[in-house]
Design a protein around this ligand. Structure first.
Ligand SMILES: C[S@@+](CC[C@H](N)C(=O)[O-])C[C@H]1O[C@@H](n2cnc3c(N)ncnc32)[C@H](O)[C@@H]1O
Length: 208
């Protein structure tokens, strides 16, 4: 029997936003991989767990070895298809070894909170990476959904967008802790966003 890697999207954070099939896969796991936070929240007791840390090769090696004896369930935040460990897994394992259970992306939830469609938005991650000039370039009616991090925070990104021709009065929405009780969503202009502190790991929606 060939064991599988089941990559499960756990949504933006609150258990209310996890699909039933995802919860079931996690509950039935014998080997479970995920962030320490996700393991603390969702791991059943008495199973083998592995926290995802900076040593991604170590995590992939662990998964490869565990796969000889069991299915391995890998929890990732949001949707696996949008900036998750799935890219690294597809680099090491074949398509037939991997099954993906989708989740609700933080970007999806951010646009839902604003009652805005995202079919016409350009979705970018600046979590641990830079965006291309083409992505950042201003165009009339352009709409962006951006994942941020500590370094590439909204203040930094606002300056980048202004440098790429975006008007000062472009509308910006910042959403952090989405789906959690402490969810915080605020509206600014792009000019104001240069002075914003915090919102380090958030979804930044920008509309020209
Ligand atoms: C590695 S990316 C993972 C994206 C994930 N696969 C998704 O579909 O949402 C992590 C980034 O997602 C965003 N993020 C994830 N969960 C969030 C939440 N509950 N509220 C706001 N932003 C969130 C933040 O920008 C964070 O830095």
């Amino acid at each position: 029997m060939e064991y599988k890697i089941i990559v499960v999207g756990i949504g933006p954070g609150s258990p209310e936003y996890i699909l039933p099939i995802a919860s079931r896969s996690i509950a039935q796991a014998k080997v479970l991989v995920g962030s320490q936070r996700a393991l603390n929240e969702f791991a059943p007791s008495n199973i083998v767990t592995k926290a995802i840390d900076k040593d991604i090769n170590g995590v992939l090696t662990f998964i490869g070895e565990a796969l000889h004896h069991n299915d391995v369930v890998v929890m990732v935040s949001g949707d696996p298809g949008f900036y998750s460990l799935l890219s690294a897994l597809r680099g090491k394992f074949s398509q037939s070894q991997i099954r993906v259970i989708p989740g609700i992306s933080s970007v999806q939830l951010a646009f839902a909170r604003l009652s805005e469609v995202w079919q016409d938005a350009q979705l970018i991650s600046m979590h641990g990476r830079q965006a291309s000039d083409e992505n950042l370039q201003y165009q009339p009616r352009k709409k962006l959904g951006i994942l941020t991090d500590h370094e590439h925070n909204p203040s930094y990104i606002a300056q980048q967008l202004l440098d790429h021709g975006w008007p000062m009065d472009s509308e910006v929405w910042l959403g952090e802790g989405l789906s959690y009780e402490q969810e915080n969503i605020k509206k600014f202009t792009l000019g104001e966003t240069r002075q914003v502190l915090g919102f380090t790991h958030c979804v930044m929606v920008v509309m020209a």
